[in-house]
Design a protein around this ligand. Structure first.
Ligand SMILES: Cc1cc2nc3c(=O)[nH]c(=O)nc-3n(C[C@H](O)[C@H](O)[C@H](O)COP(=O)(O)OP(=O)(O)OC[C@H]3O[C@@H](n4cnc5c(N)ncnc54)[C@H](O)[C@@H]3O)c2cc1C
Length: 835
């Protein structure tokens, strides 16, 4: 992983195929993983498993070689009548283009391989710790956290539930009432030795089919069937072992359960196959303690995460064994998880990554879950598959559906999938806007732009992360008003996060919804587009001012400890030196992005966004018009003209806040002919900003603080907790005295809840006041309460108020110095006004 990437702590629940796979994937992405498995390390379900090429591919990419555990390649097989041994259908399997094929193995061999991957020394990457014998009993999606049987909770940055079909996690994610339900079938799972079975085979020496079965130690598979019975038989473990999956209808006379280790009486098995060819009776007589597993599945669930909790593997998508895909899908999950969580630079990106995971995984596992409802012994399999494929189309609206033509195309789609590559492709930027659904109602794209807009030859590229809140009408509608670009300020704040958190409110203002019932065509509906300015948040390359996340945290902690300007006699010099050091580190971050991160360059990116939006609008209109019956009607032609991409002439509609108003004004100065409408909200003075001294900011901030004294005086002692004397001046004096006192004697805060011992300092007071200036009318009463509490810190209610503000202050300091844009603190810390 790149050293600057953020290392998350991830809890994985369950040490099965999904859990071990996810742990390996997450460690490869650089994270610290703790796996909790309820069983001891040596628990083993003696059952076989076949892995399809899509899973073998992920393992191979991880350098995990199934050959090393004796897995055998499955190339040929046969569908056989269980009573007569007649071959109903020979089966042959083509190798994939990359030479991969289905591999036959056992669950324990696969786990052994995954364990070897876990134990491998992966220098410079994350880490994995597996804790056996620890059962998780509950989940909290918001924190996120897991609870253990002793009642204690452990939280992490992300929790991945891989705890199989009975997982509680899915109820937290998808709501109550999502249990896996019995399919009506149970599965005996056996592993028998080749030596043992050769003795049996010798009793049927004249049967060519059986002799052939033992002649080669290849991975051939027999699917023997009769109505409601499926008997799958393959060799594995270097040809020394035979694996059997035997499916029968559930029966009240024996109890099966969804426990991998549940055993069953051999006589049940013998009775179930007494009417089959005698070979089967003899085979089954050698099975002493067969495992009996109740097969369950569930209607596909379209969400796989909530907050910081994600479910994968059987916890999310249990499926019948008829496509041999449950385990393979768990490994795909892990491969996609790895790529989604590679290269994180900020925790705020977690939800975006989970969104990509969901977008990629849902159509895959949901279709395969549906395909797995078609039993091998069903007489009308093709008809059933057709029904299933029709159901699956809903996951591929507007996309290629050729894989849903027939069983062959479906199988090819399952096997040829390269999970990790597909994930990379989704994250790859494109030179035009390719939107993919994200965050339920939004669409996301990554626009490729030159790193250097002045380049004469194509050079390095940057990717701008874009989110679109779609307009309430399609682009073809007369009332479609185009796109409004949003910038929330900073500089360096994330436009993507802004549209996600407040986009709907902005859109409803822009749309003038309250008048939408009128038929006035001049009232428009707008797309809202947020973008992460280059170098920031989800845009890449990301500006890195620190070699790794730990160094950044230490730097932040030092900032908190040293305090703001005027905290001590030497604080100005200290902050000046820190700002210069940070500036140097950011300018020379090795990615080359720093010299191309400034307002005029962002203006050029915005021109690219509006141009590409014009192109997208035209394409989108054509796509929608393709459905129109009369393509040459006046109406259609008018729509085409209205939505045409005006290449080189697309205009900007824009709404900027704070620094975003500087950006808007700069855009207007550099691209005056490109401006349609600008909304400048919380206006900053452009001349003041570009002169670099921020004098107006400081003076206006002081004037707003003066208003605090004035309003507090007007509010009187009953409405302003910090009221004092008989004039606003008296309140100012009281604050000056308080600041002086707290500079000398910071207020101690005892241990409370999850916080350790802390102190409330002069800098914390300044930060709290400064923060209140953004929304003074709302926040002044809160500040008054805080200041009053600081003036009388010994009372218990004061202690509570102070502690609460302290946690907000911590957030502000770290957020400013390590959040969206690392260049923010240089300006803000140096310029923090002496209030
Ligand atoms: C008859 C049959 C045949 C199959 N054949 C194939 C096949 O050929 N190919 C294929 O790809 N798939 C096959 N599958 C499906 C495959 O076995 C599952 O999809 C796969 O095991 C899912 O892996 P998992 O890690 O998600 O869940 P599991 O394998 O169930 O692992 C869950 C793990 O979590 C642990 N756990 C559970 N609860 C807790 C808790 N509360 N706290 C801590 N730990 C917990 C469990 O002990 C276990 O180790 C078959 C399934 C059946 C029933």
């Amino acid at each position: 992983m790149p050293s600057e990437s953020l290392q998350l702590h991830v809890i994985v629940v369950g040490g099965g195929i999904c859990g071990l796979g996810c742990a390996i994937g997450l460690r490869r992405a650089g994270h610290r993983v703790t796996v909790y498995e309820r069983y001891p390390a040596n628990a083993d379900a003696g059952a076989g498993i076949v892995l399809r090429p899509n899973a073998v591919r992920v393992l191979k990419q991880w350098d995990l070689d199934l050959d090393s555990v004796g897995a055998l390649r499955y190339k040929i097989g046969a569908l056989i009548d269980g009573t007569s041994l007649n071959v109903l259908l020979p089966v042959s399997l083509a190798e994939q283009a990359d030479g991969l094929t289905q591999m036959n193995t056992t669950r324990s061999d696969l786990r052994m391989l995954l364990r070897s991957g876990v134990e491998r020394n992966e220098e410079g990457r994350g880490s994995i710790e597996i804790i056996y014998g620890m059962e998780v009993v509950d989940y909290d999606a918001d924190r996120p956290a897991v609870q253990f049987a002793d009642g204690t909770w452990e939280s992490a940055d992300l929790v991945v539930a891989c705890d199989g079909v009975k997982s509680e996690a899915i109820n937290k994610i998808a709501g109550k009432g999502s249990p896996a339900i019995p399919t009506g079938f149970s599965a005996f799972r056996l592993l028998l030795s080749d030596a043992e079975l050769k003795v049996v085979a010798n009793e049927f020496i004249d049967n060519e089919l059986i002799s052939a079965r033992f002649d080669k130690d290849s991975g051939t598979i027999w699917f023997a069937t009769s109505p409601s019975r499926v008997f799958v038989w393959w060799t594995c473990r270097f040809g020394t072992t035979h694996a059997f999956d035997i499916l029968i209808p559930d029966n009240e006379t024996y109890a099966s359960s969804e426990e991998w280790l549940a055993k069953c009486d051999q006589t049940v098995l013998l009775n179930e196959f007494s009417h089959w060819h005698p070979l089967f009776k003899r085979l089954l007589e050698t099975a002493q303690e067969p495992l009996l597993y109740k097969v369950v599945d569930r209607e596909p669930i379209d969400v796989l995460y909530k907050g910081g909790l994600v479910a994968l593997g059987d916890a999310l998508h249990p499926m019948g064994p008829y496509m041999g895909s449950g385990g393979s899908q768990s490994i795909e999950d892990a491969g996609v998880l790895e790529v989604c969580f590679t290269g994180l630079t900020d925790k705020s990106q977690i939800s975006g990554r989970l969104e990509i995971l969901q977008r990629l995984r849902v159509p895959r596992y949901a279709s395969i879950q549906m395909g797995s409802t078609v039993r091998t012994d069903e007489p009308n399999r093709d008809v059933r598959f057709k029904e299933v494929f029709n159901t699956c189309r809903r996951w591929f609206q507007g996309e290629d559906q050729s894989h849903l033509e027939n069983r062959m195309s479906f199988g090819a789609w399952i096997d040829s999938y390269d999970a990790r590559e597909e994930t990379r492709a989704v994250q790859k930027p494109t030179p035009h806007l390719v939107y993919t659904p994200c965050f339920a109602e939004y669409e996301c794209a990554r626009l490729e732009v030159p790193l250097d807009w002045n380049e004469t030859n194509p050079g390095p590229r940057a990717a701008i992360a874009i989110i679109r809140l779609p307009a309430q009408v399609p682009v073809t509608n007369l009332r479609y008003g185009g796109a409004v670009l949003i910038n929330p300020g900073g500089p360096g704040s994330s436009g993507v996060n802004e549209v996600l958190s407040r986009g709907k409110s902005f859109q409803s203002i822009a749309d003038m919804r309250n008048t939408s019932l009128t038929l006035d065509d001049s009232l428009k509906y707008f797309d809202l587009i947020g973008f992460d300015p280059r170098g920031v948040n989800n845009s890449t390359p990301h500006l890195h001012c620190f070699p790794d996340a730990m160094v950044r945290q230490i730097w932040d902690a030092q900032a908190s400890a040293e305090g703001l300007f005027e905290s001590t006699d030497h604080s100005f010099n200290l902050m000046w030196a820190r700002a210069k050091a940070l500036g140097q580190a950011c300018s020379d971050d090795g990615t080359g992005i720093a010299q191309f991160m400034n307002t005029p360059v962002v203006v050029a990116d915005m021109v690219a966004i509006i141009e590409r939006h014009g192109q997208w609008r035209e394409q989108e209109a054509r796509r929608l018009l393709n459905r129109a019956e009369d393509k040459s009607s006046d109406k259609t032609l008018a729509i085409m003209e209205r939505t045409r991409w005006r290449r080189g002439e697309e205009l900007l509609q824009y709404w900027g806040f704070s620094y975003g108003t500087i950006l808007g004004q700069t855009f207007a100065a550099l691209q005056p002919s490109r401006v349609s409408r600008l909304v400048l909200d919380d206006v900053a003075d452009m001349g003041d900003y570009y002169r670099g001294d921020w004098m107006k900011n400081l003076l206006l901030a002081d004037q707003t603080v003066d208003k605090f004294y004035e309003y507090c005086h007007q509010a009187g002692p009953s409405n302003c907790a910090f009221y004092s004397g008989s004039s606003a001046q008296d309140i100012k004096k009281r604050l000056d005295n308080l600041l002086r006192a707290i500079k000398e004697d910071p207020v101690p805060i005892g241990v409370s809840g999850i916080h350790g011992p802390e102190i409330f300092t002069y800098s914390d007071v300044i930060l709290a006041i400064r923060e209140s200036l953004y929304e003074p009318l709302d926040h002044f009463p809160r500040i008054a309460t805080l200041l009053a509490a600081l003036a009388n810190p010994v009372s218990s209610s004061s202690a509570e108020v102070i502690a609460e503000h302290k946690s907000r202050a911590d957030y502000r300091i770290t957020h400013q110095s390590s959040g969206d844009g690392e260049f923010v603190p240089t300006a803000i810390f140096v310029a923090t006004p002496p209030i």
